[in-house]
Design a protein around this ligand. Sequence first.
Ligand code: PLP
Length: 451
Amino acid sequence: LDVAVAEGARAYELDRAHVFHSWSAQGSLTPMTVIAAEGSYVWDGEGNRLLDFSSQLVNTNIGHQHPKVVAAIAEQAAKLCTVAPQHVNAARSEAARLIAERTPGDLNRIFFTNGGADAVEHAVRMARLHTGKHKVLARYRGYHGGTDLAVNLTGDPRRFPSDRGAHGVVHFNGPFLYRSVFHSQTPEQECERALEELRRVIELEGPGTIAAVILESIPGTAGIMIPPPGYLAGVRDLCTEFGIVMIADEVMAGFGRSGKWFSIEHATTEAGPVVPDLMTFAKGVNSGYVPVGGVAINDAIAATFTDRVYPGGLTYSGHPLATASIVATINAMEDEDVVGNAARIGADVIGPTLARMRDAHPSIGEVRGAGVFWAIELVKDRETREPLAAYGGSSPAMAETIAACRKGGLLPFANFNRIHVVPPCNIGAADVEEGLRILDEALFVADAHTA
Ligand code: PLP
Protein backbone atom coordinates (compact mmCIF):
# COMPACT_ATOMS: atom_id res chain seq x y z
CA LEU A 1 0.00 0.00 0.00
CA ASP A 2 2.84 2.43 0.87
CA VAL A 3 4.31 2.02 -2.63
CA ALA A 4 0.90 2.63 -4.19
CA VAL A 5 0.38 5.75 -2.04
CA ALA A 6 3.81 7.08 -3.08
CA GLU A 7 3.02 6.37 -6.75
CA GLY A 8 -0.31 8.10 -6.26
CA ALA A 9 1.39 11.23 -4.90
CA ARG A 10 3.64 11.38 -7.97
CA ALA A 11 0.61 10.81 -10.22
CA TYR A 12 -1.20 13.69 -8.55
CA GLU A 13 1.70 16.04 -9.12
CA LEU A 14 1.91 15.09 -12.81
CA ASP A 15 -1.85 15.30 -13.18
CA ARG A 16 -1.92 18.86 -11.90
CA ALA A 17 0.97 19.78 -14.20
CA HIS A 18 -0.18 18.09 -17.41
CA VAL A 19 -3.70 16.62 -17.40
CA PHE A 20 -6.62 18.65 -18.67
CA HIS A 21 -9.86 17.48 -17.03
CA SER A 22 -13.45 17.21 -18.34
CA TRP A 23 -16.20 19.73 -17.51
CA SER A 24 -14.00 21.72 -15.13
CA ALA A 25 -12.27 25.00 -14.51
CA GLN A 26 -8.74 23.61 -14.35
CA GLY A 27 -7.39 26.00 -11.73
CA SER A 28 -9.63 25.09 -8.81
CA LEU A 29 -9.50 21.31 -9.19
CA THR A 30 -8.48 18.96 -6.39
CA PRO A 31 -9.21 15.61 -8.04
CA MET A 32 -9.27 12.40 -6.00
CA THR A 33 -6.52 9.91 -6.82
CA VAL A 34 -7.51 6.26 -7.19
CA ILE A 35 -4.60 3.95 -6.49
CA ALA A 36 -6.51 0.66 -6.54
CA ALA A 37 -10.00 -0.78 -7.00
CA GLU A 38 -11.63 -4.15 -6.37
CA GLY A 39 -15.30 -5.13 -6.67
CA SER A 40 -17.37 -2.35 -5.10
CA TYR A 41 -14.38 -0.59 -3.47
CA VAL A 42 -11.75 1.97 -4.48
CA TRP A 43 -8.69 3.21 -2.57
CA ASP A 44 -7.91 6.93 -2.62
CA GLY A 45 -4.49 8.63 -2.73
CA GLU A 46 -4.05 8.34 1.06
CA GLY A 47 -4.85 4.64 0.96
CA ASN A 48 -8.37 5.04 2.40
CA ARG A 49 -10.90 2.44 1.27
CA LEU A 50 -14.15 3.89 -0.12
CA LEU A 51 -17.33 2.05 -1.04
CA ASP A 52 -18.01 3.05 -4.65
CA PHE A 53 -21.68 4.10 -4.73
CA SER A 54 -21.00 5.96 -8.01
CA SER A 55 -19.80 2.99 -10.08
CA GLN A 56 -17.36 5.67 -11.35
CA LEU A 57 -19.55 7.38 -13.96
CA VAL A 58 -22.33 4.82 -13.45
CA ASN A 59 -20.48 2.32 -15.61
CA THR A 60 -18.82 -0.40 -13.49
CA ASN A 61 -21.99 -2.49 -13.46
CA ILE A 62 -19.95 -5.64 -12.81
CA GLY A 63 -17.69 -3.93 -10.26
CA HIS A 64 -13.99 -3.22 -10.49
CA GLN A 65 -11.45 -5.81 -11.71
CA HIS A 66 -13.90 -8.64 -12.37
CA PRO A 67 -11.46 -11.56 -12.84
CA LYS A 68 -13.27 -13.07 -15.85
CA VAL A 69 -13.30 -9.77 -17.73
CA VAL A 70 -9.70 -8.96 -16.83
CA ALA A 71 -8.65 -12.43 -18.05
CA ALA A 72 -10.60 -12.07 -21.32
CA ILE A 73 -8.87 -8.77 -22.09
CA ALA A 74 -5.44 -10.30 -21.35
CA GLU A 75 -6.21 -13.35 -23.51
CA GLN A 76 -7.42 -11.20 -26.38
CA ALA A 77 -4.35 -8.95 -26.05
CA ALA A 78 -2.09 -12.00 -26.32
CA LYS A 79 -4.03 -13.22 -29.39
CA LEU A 80 -4.83 -10.09 -31.42
CA CYS A 81 -4.78 -6.54 -30.02
CA THR A 82 -6.24 -4.67 -32.93
CA VAL A 83 -7.80 -5.17 -36.34
CA ALA A 84 -9.26 -2.72 -38.84
CA PRO A 85 -13.05 -2.39 -38.75
CA GLN A 86 -13.55 -3.81 -42.26
CA HIS A 87 -12.20 -7.23 -41.26
CA VAL A 88 -14.20 -9.94 -39.52
CA ASN A 89 -13.13 -10.65 -35.97
CA ALA A 90 -14.38 -13.41 -33.65
CA ALA A 91 -14.71 -11.23 -30.55
CA ARG A 92 -16.69 -8.59 -32.43
CA SER A 93 -19.04 -11.11 -34.06
CA GLU A 94 -19.77 -12.79 -30.74
CA ALA A 95 -20.25 -9.48 -28.92
CA ALA A 96 -22.74 -8.37 -31.58
CA ARG A 97 -24.66 -11.65 -31.24
CA LEU A 98 -24.80 -11.42 -27.43
CA ILE A 99 -26.06 -7.82 -27.53
CA ALA A 100 -28.60 -8.42 -30.33
CA GLU A 101 -29.96 -11.44 -28.43
CA ARG A 102 -30.78 -9.21 -25.47
CA THR A 103 -32.12 -6.10 -27.17
CA PRO A 104 -35.89 -6.03 -27.66
CA GLY A 105 -37.71 -6.77 -30.92
CA ASP A 106 -35.80 -6.62 -34.17
CA LEU A 107 -32.79 -4.59 -33.04
CA ASN A 108 -30.65 -7.21 -34.73
CA ARG A 109 -27.57 -5.34 -35.96
CA ILE A 110 -24.86 -3.67 -33.94
CA PHE A 111 -22.63 -0.77 -35.00
CA PHE A 112 -19.77 -0.38 -32.51
CA THR A 113 -18.39 3.02 -31.51
CA ASN A 114 -15.81 4.26 -28.97
CA GLY A 115 -18.34 5.38 -26.37
CA GLY A 116 -21.82 6.77 -25.76
CA ALA A 117 -21.62 10.18 -27.42
CA ASP A 118 -20.48 8.87 -30.78
CA ALA A 119 -23.14 6.14 -30.57
CA VAL A 120 -25.69 8.96 -30.29
CA GLU A 121 -24.07 10.82 -33.22
CA HIS A 122 -24.34 7.74 -35.43
CA ALA A 123 -27.88 6.92 -34.33
CA VAL A 124 -29.00 10.40 -35.36
CA ARG A 125 -27.13 10.15 -38.67
CA MET A 126 -28.84 6.84 -39.40
CA ALA A 127 -32.24 8.30 -38.52
CA ARG A 128 -31.69 11.33 -40.76
CA LEU A 129 -30.59 9.24 -43.74
CA HIS A 130 -33.36 6.70 -43.20
CA THR A 131 -36.14 9.29 -43.02
CA GLY A 132 -34.66 11.97 -45.29
CA LYS A 133 -35.59 14.47 -42.54
CA HIS A 134 -33.35 16.56 -40.30
CA LYS A 135 -34.77 17.77 -37.00
CA VAL A 136 -34.39 15.81 -33.76
CA LEU A 137 -36.60 16.17 -30.69
CA ALA A 138 -34.85 15.58 -27.38
CA ARG A 139 -35.99 15.74 -23.74
CA TYR A 140 -35.12 18.50 -21.35
CA ARG A 141 -33.47 16.96 -18.30
CA GLY A 142 -31.47 14.45 -20.32
CA TYR A 143 -27.83 13.82 -21.20
CA HIS A 144 -26.52 12.37 -24.45
CA GLY A 145 -22.77 13.05 -24.48
CA GLY A 146 -20.05 15.63 -24.92
CA THR A 147 -19.51 15.74 -28.69
CA ASP A 148 -21.01 18.63 -30.62
CA LEU A 149 -24.33 17.14 -31.70
CA ALA A 150 -24.68 14.98 -28.57
CA VAL A 151 -24.16 17.93 -26.24
CA ASN A 152 -26.70 19.93 -28.26
CA LEU A 153 -29.20 17.09 -27.83
CA THR A 154 -28.46 17.19 -24.11
CA GLY A 155 -31.18 18.73 -22.00
CA ASP A 156 -29.05 20.06 -19.15
CA PRO A 157 -26.89 23.16 -18.67
CA ARG A 158 -23.78 21.46 -20.04
CA ARG A 159 -25.32 22.26 -23.44
CA PHE A 160 -25.42 26.02 -22.99
CA PRO A 161 -21.79 26.95 -23.90
CA SER A 162 -21.97 24.86 -27.11
CA ASP A 163 -25.55 25.67 -28.15
CA ARG A 164 -25.77 27.87 -31.21
CA GLY A 165 -29.24 26.60 -32.03
CA ALA A 166 -27.90 25.25 -35.29
CA HIS A 167 -28.21 21.51 -34.96
CA GLY A 168 -31.85 20.99 -35.79
CA VAL A 169 -32.52 20.07 -32.16
CA VAL A 170 -35.83 20.93 -30.48
CA HIS A 171 -36.28 20.16 -26.78
CA PHE A 172 -39.50 19.09 -25.09
CA ASN A 173 -40.57 18.40 -21.51
CA GLY A 174 -40.97 14.79 -20.45
CA PRO A 175 -42.74 13.40 -17.40
CA PHE A 176 -41.31 14.34 -13.98
CA LEU A 177 -44.13 14.31 -11.47
CA TYR A 178 -42.16 15.71 -8.50
CA ARG A 179 -41.44 18.88 -10.48
CA SER A 180 -44.28 18.64 -12.96
CA VAL A 181 -44.39 21.44 -15.52
CA PHE A 182 -47.87 20.17 -16.41
CA HIS A 183 -49.23 20.81 -12.88
CA SER A 184 -50.12 17.13 -12.60
CA GLN A 185 -51.15 15.48 -9.34
CA THR A 186 -50.92 11.83 -10.41
CA PRO A 187 -48.66 9.68 -12.61
CA GLU A 188 -51.62 9.12 -14.96
CA GLN A 189 -52.11 12.87 -15.46
CA GLU A 190 -48.38 13.40 -15.92
CA CYS A 191 -48.22 10.65 -18.54
CA GLU A 192 -51.23 11.92 -20.48
CA ARG A 193 -50.11 15.56 -20.38
CA ALA A 194 -46.50 14.78 -21.32
CA LEU A 195 -47.72 12.81 -24.32
CA GLU A 196 -50.08 15.65 -25.29
CA GLU A 197 -47.10 18.00 -25.06
CA LEU A 198 -44.98 15.80 -27.32
CA ARG A 199 -47.81 15.52 -29.85
CA ARG A 200 -48.19 19.30 -29.82
CA VAL A 201 -44.46 19.83 -30.36
CA ILE A 202 -44.45 17.37 -33.26
CA GLU A 203 -47.47 19.05 -34.88
CA LEU A 204 -46.14 22.57 -34.36
CA GLU A 205 -42.63 21.73 -35.58
CA GLY A 206 -44.03 19.82 -38.56
CA PRO A 207 -43.90 16.01 -38.63
CA GLY A 208 -42.40 16.20 -42.14
CA THR A 209 -39.29 17.90 -40.71
CA ILE A 210 -38.57 15.55 -37.80
CA ALA A 211 -36.17 12.62 -38.24
CA ALA A 212 -36.05 11.33 -34.67
CA VAL A 213 -37.14 11.59 -31.08
CA ILE A 214 -34.29 10.72 -28.69
CA LEU A 215 -34.73 10.10 -24.99
CA GLU A 216 -33.19 8.06 -22.22
CA SER A 217 -35.44 5.11 -21.28
CA ILE A 218 -34.86 6.30 -17.71
CA PRO A 219 -33.10 9.68 -17.59
CA GLY A 220 -29.89 9.08 -15.60
CA THR A 221 -27.70 12.04 -14.71
CA ALA A 222 -30.75 14.30 -14.98
CA GLY A 223 -32.37 12.58 -12.01
CA ILE A 224 -33.48 8.96 -12.53
CA MET A 225 -37.12 9.79 -13.28
CA ILE A 226 -38.79 6.48 -14.13
CA PRO A 227 -41.40 7.30 -16.79
CA PRO A 228 -45.00 6.72 -15.69
CA PRO A 229 -46.66 3.57 -17.08
CA GLY A 230 -47.65 4.13 -20.69
CA TYR A 231 -45.33 7.03 -21.46
CA LEU A 232 -42.69 5.24 -23.53
CA ALA A 233 -45.39 3.18 -25.29
CA GLY A 234 -47.10 6.50 -26.07
CA VAL A 235 -43.86 7.95 -27.46
CA ARG A 236 -43.47 4.81 -29.58
CA ASP A 237 -47.00 5.27 -30.95
CA LEU A 238 -46.42 8.95 -31.77
CA CYS A 239 -43.18 8.10 -33.60
CA THR A 240 -44.96 5.41 -35.61
CA GLU A 241 -47.91 7.70 -36.38
CA PHE A 242 -45.67 10.48 -37.73
CA GLY A 243 -42.91 8.43 -39.38
CA ILE A 244 -40.29 9.49 -36.81
CA VAL A 245 -37.42 7.24 -35.68
CA MET A 246 -37.50 6.48 -31.95
CA ILE A 247 -34.01 6.42 -30.41
CA ALA A 248 -33.78 5.01 -26.87
CA ASP A 249 -30.56 6.05 -25.18
CA GLU A 250 -29.60 3.19 -22.84
CA VAL A 251 -26.00 4.32 -22.31
CA MET A 252 -26.48 4.73 -18.55
CA ALA A 253 -29.78 2.91 -18.01
CA GLY A 254 -28.85 -0.28 -19.88
CA PHE A 255 -27.08 -3.53 -19.04
CA GLY A 256 -28.61 -4.32 -15.68
CA ARG A 257 -28.56 -0.89 -14.06
CA SER A 258 -32.32 -0.76 -13.37
CA GLY A 259 -32.70 -4.49 -12.71
CA LYS A 260 -33.45 -5.38 -16.36
CA TRP A 261 -31.04 -5.84 -19.24
CA PHE A 262 -32.50 -2.62 -20.70
CA SER A 263 -34.57 -0.02 -18.89
CA ILE A 264 -37.09 0.17 -21.71
CA GLU A 265 -38.22 -3.28 -20.58
CA HIS A 266 -39.92 -1.57 -17.61
CA ALA A 267 -42.26 0.01 -20.18
CA THR A 268 -43.64 -3.30 -21.46
CA THR A 269 -47.46 -3.25 -21.48
CA GLU A 270 -50.16 -5.85 -22.18
CA ALA A 271 -49.68 -4.92 -25.84
CA GLY A 272 -46.09 -6.15 -25.60
CA PRO A 273 -42.62 -4.67 -25.32
CA VAL A 274 -41.82 -1.12 -26.40
CA VAL A 275 -39.32 -1.51 -29.24
CA PRO A 276 -37.37 1.57 -30.32
CA ASP A 277 -35.99 1.80 -33.86
CA LEU A 278 -32.47 2.49 -32.61
CA MET A 279 -30.91 1.97 -29.21
CA THR A 280 -27.60 3.42 -28.03
CA PHE A 281 -25.45 1.72 -25.39
CA ALA A 282 -21.99 2.02 -23.77
CA LYS A 283 -20.91 2.02 -20.08
CA GLY A 284 -22.38 -1.21 -18.59
CA VAL A 285 -21.97 -3.21 -21.82
CA ASN A 286 -18.43 -4.01 -20.61
CA SER A 287 -18.37 -1.96 -17.38
CA GLY A 288 -16.02 0.47 -19.11
CA TYR A 289 -12.95 -1.79 -18.84
CA VAL A 290 -12.09 -0.75 -22.43
CA PRO A 291 -13.82 2.28 -24.03
CA VAL A 292 -16.72 1.15 -26.24
CA GLY A 293 -20.31 1.95 -27.16
CA GLY A 294 -22.65 1.24 -30.00
CA VAL A 295 -25.98 1.44 -31.74
CA ALA A 296 -28.45 -1.44 -32.00
CA ILE A 297 -30.30 -1.06 -35.32
CA ASN A 298 -33.68 -2.44 -36.34
CA ASP A 299 -34.27 -4.32 -39.59
CA ALA A 300 -35.96 -1.43 -41.42
CA ILE A 301 -33.12 1.03 -40.80
CA ALA A 302 -30.48 -1.63 -41.53
CA ALA A 303 -32.30 -2.26 -44.85
CA THR A 304 -31.84 1.40 -45.80
CA PHE A 305 -28.15 0.64 -46.02
CA THR A 306 -28.39 -2.66 -47.90
CA ASP A 307 -27.61 -1.05 -51.24
CA ARG A 308 -26.79 2.43 -50.06
CA VAL A 309 -23.45 3.18 -48.43
CA TYR A 310 -23.59 4.09 -44.74
CA PRO A 311 -21.45 7.23 -44.61
CA GLY A 312 -19.71 6.75 -41.29
CA GLY A 313 -17.04 4.73 -39.53
CA LEU A 314 -14.27 4.64 -36.93
CA THR A 315 -10.79 3.10 -36.90
CA TYR A 316 -11.68 1.31 -33.67
CA SER A 317 -15.24 0.20 -34.49
CA GLY A 318 -15.52 -3.22 -32.88
CA HIS A 319 -12.01 -3.12 -31.39
CA PRO A 320 -10.99 -6.64 -30.29
CA LEU A 321 -10.03 -5.69 -26.71
CA ALA A 322 -13.34 -3.88 -26.27
CA THR A 323 -15.49 -6.58 -27.85
CA ALA A 324 -13.68 -9.40 -26.00
CA SER A 325 -14.45 -7.55 -22.77
CA ILE A 326 -18.11 -7.27 -23.84
CA VAL A 327 -18.32 -11.03 -24.44
CA ALA A 328 -16.78 -11.79 -21.04
CA THR A 329 -18.95 -9.20 -19.27
CA ILE A 330 -22.25 -10.38 -20.70
CA ASN A 331 -21.39 -14.04 -20.07
CA ALA A 332 -20.33 -13.30 -16.48
CA MET A 333 -23.47 -11.21 -15.90
CA GLU A 334 -25.55 -14.13 -17.16
CA ASP A 335 -23.65 -16.81 -15.17
CA GLU A 336 -23.75 -14.78 -11.96
CA ASP A 337 -27.30 -13.44 -12.37
CA VAL A 338 -26.02 -9.89 -12.02
CA VAL A 339 -29.20 -8.36 -13.49
CA GLY A 340 -31.38 -10.36 -11.08
CA ASN A 341 -29.14 -9.24 -8.21
CA ALA A 342 -29.61 -5.58 -9.19
CA ALA A 343 -33.40 -6.03 -9.22
CA ARG A 344 -33.42 -7.77 -5.81
CA ILE A 345 -31.03 -5.27 -4.17
CA GLY A 346 -33.30 -2.46 -5.38
CA ALA A 347 -36.55 -4.07 -4.25
CA ASP A 348 -35.36 -5.59 -0.97
CA VAL A 349 -32.69 -3.20 0.30
CA ILE A 350 -32.28 0.17 -1.43
CA GLY A 351 -35.97 0.96 -2.00
CA PRO A 352 -37.19 0.18 1.55
CA THR A 353 -34.13 1.77 3.21
CA LEU A 354 -34.38 5.00 1.20
CA ALA A 355 -38.10 5.15 2.01
CA ARG A 356 -37.27 5.00 5.73
CA MET A 357 -34.55 7.62 5.28
CA ARG A 358 -37.02 9.91 3.53
CA ASP A 359 -39.28 9.75 6.58
CA ALA A 360 -36.37 10.53 8.90
CA HIS A 361 -34.60 13.34 7.01
CA PRO A 362 -36.35 16.66 6.34
CA SER A 363 -33.78 17.33 3.58
CA ILE A 364 -35.13 14.48 1.44
CA GLY A 365 -37.89 15.64 -0.88
CA GLU A 366 -38.26 12.44 -2.83
CA VAL A 367 -36.50 9.14 -3.47
CA ARG A 368 -37.07 7.26 -6.71
CA GLY A 369 -35.51 4.50 -8.77
CA ALA A 370 -35.27 0.81 -9.58
CA GLY A 371 -32.56 -1.82 -9.39
CA VAL A 372 -29.28 -0.09 -8.47
CA PHE A 373 -30.39 3.18 -10.09
CA TRP A 374 -31.77 5.57 -7.41
CA ALA A 375 -31.91 9.31 -6.85
CA ILE A 376 -32.36 11.22 -3.60
CA GLU A 377 -33.80 14.66 -4.30
CA LEU A 378 -32.51 17.00 -1.59
CA VAL A 379 -34.50 20.12 -0.71
CA LYS A 380 -34.26 23.10 1.62
CA ASP A 381 -37.95 22.89 2.29
CA ARG A 382 -40.25 19.92 1.71
CA GLU A 383 -43.28 22.16 1.23
CA THR A 384 -41.86 24.47 -1.45
CA ARG A 385 -39.52 21.75 -2.81
CA GLU A 386 -36.80 24.37 -3.18
CA PRO A 387 -33.72 22.36 -4.14
CA LEU A 388 -30.65 22.17 -1.88
CA ALA A 389 -28.59 23.46 -4.85
CA ALA A 390 -29.89 25.46 -7.78
CA TYR A 391 -30.47 23.74 -11.15
CA GLY A 392 -27.06 23.58 -12.84
CA GLY A 393 -25.22 24.59 -9.68
CA SER A 394 -23.78 23.42 -6.41
CA SER A 395 -24.07 24.75 -2.85
CA PRO A 396 -22.19 24.59 0.44
CA ALA A 397 -24.93 22.30 1.76
CA MET A 398 -24.36 19.80 -1.05
CA ALA A 399 -20.56 20.05 -0.82
CA GLU A 400 -20.65 19.44 2.94
CA THR A 401 -23.00 16.46 2.56
CA ILE A 402 -20.78 14.89 -0.09
CA ALA A 403 -17.70 15.54 2.07
CA ALA A 404 -19.44 13.79 4.99
CA CYS A 405 -20.07 10.75 2.76
CA ARG A 406 -16.40 10.65 1.79
CA LYS A 407 -15.31 11.02 5.40
CA GLY A 408 -17.54 8.10 6.32
CA GLY A 409 -15.96 5.92 3.62
CA LEU A 410 -18.48 6.33 0.79
CA LEU A 411 -17.92 7.62 -2.74
CA PRO A 412 -21.29 9.04 -3.87
CA PHE A 413 -22.53 10.29 -7.25
CA ALA A 414 -23.96 13.80 -7.00
CA ASN A 415 -25.54 16.17 -9.50
CA PHE A 416 -26.92 19.61 -8.57
CA ASN A 417 -29.28 18.96 -5.60
CA ARG A 418 -29.29 15.17 -5.92
CA ILE A 419 -27.29 12.26 -4.57
CA HIS A 420 -27.63 9.11 -6.64
CA VAL A 421 -27.32 5.63 -5.22
CA VAL A 422 -25.76 3.80 -8.15
CA PRO A 423 -23.47 1.03 -6.89
CA PRO A 424 -22.32 -1.89 -9.07
CA CYS A 425 -25.12 -4.28 -10.13
CA ASN A 426 -23.36 -7.20 -8.43
CA ILE A 427 -22.93 -5.51 -5.05
CA GLY A 428 -23.82 -7.64 -2.02
CA ALA A 429 -26.60 -6.77 0.43
CA ALA A 430 -24.16 -6.21 3.33
CA ASP A 431 -22.14 -3.67 1.34
CA VAL A 432 -25.27 -1.81 0.22
CA GLU A 433 -26.53 -1.67 3.79
CA GLU A 434 -23.18 -0.32 4.96
CA GLY A 435 -23.17 2.35 2.23
CA LEU A 436 -26.72 3.40 3.04
CA ARG A 437 -25.82 3.64 6.73
CA ILE A 438 -22.96 6.05 5.87
CA LEU A 439 -25.30 8.04 3.62
CA ASP A 440 -27.95 8.17 6.35
CA GLU A 441 -25.38 9.63 8.72
CA ALA A 442 -24.17 12.18 6.14
CA LEU A 443 -27.72 13.40 5.48
CA PHE A 444 -27.90 14.94 8.95
CA VAL A 445 -25.49 17.50 7.50
CA ALA A 446 -28.02 18.26 4.75
CA ASP A 447 -30.84 18.38 7.34
CA ALA A 448 -29.03 21.20 9.12
CA HIS A 449 -29.54 23.34 6.00
CA THR A 450 -33.33 22.87 5.84
CA ALA A 451 -35.90 25.46 6.76
N1 PLP B 1 -25.97 9.01 -23.08
C1 PLP B 1 -26.20 8.90 -21.77
C2 PLP B 1 -27.58 8.60 -21.31
C3 PLP B 1 -25.15 9.05 -20.85
O1 PLP B 1 -25.40 8.97 -19.54
C4 PLP B 1 -23.85 9.33 -21.33
C5 PLP B 1 -22.72 9.50 -20.40
O2 PLP B 1 -22.88 9.70 -19.22
C6 PLP B 1 -23.67 9.44 -22.73
C7 PLP B 1 -24.74 9.27 -23.57
C8 PLP B 1 -22.30 9.76 -23.30
O3 PLP B 1 -21.47 8.66 -23.20
P1 PLP B 1 -19.88 8.85 -23.25
O4 PLP B 1 -19.49 9.65 -22.06
O5 PLP B 1 -19.36 7.43 -23.24
O6 PLP B 1 -19.57 9.52 -24.53
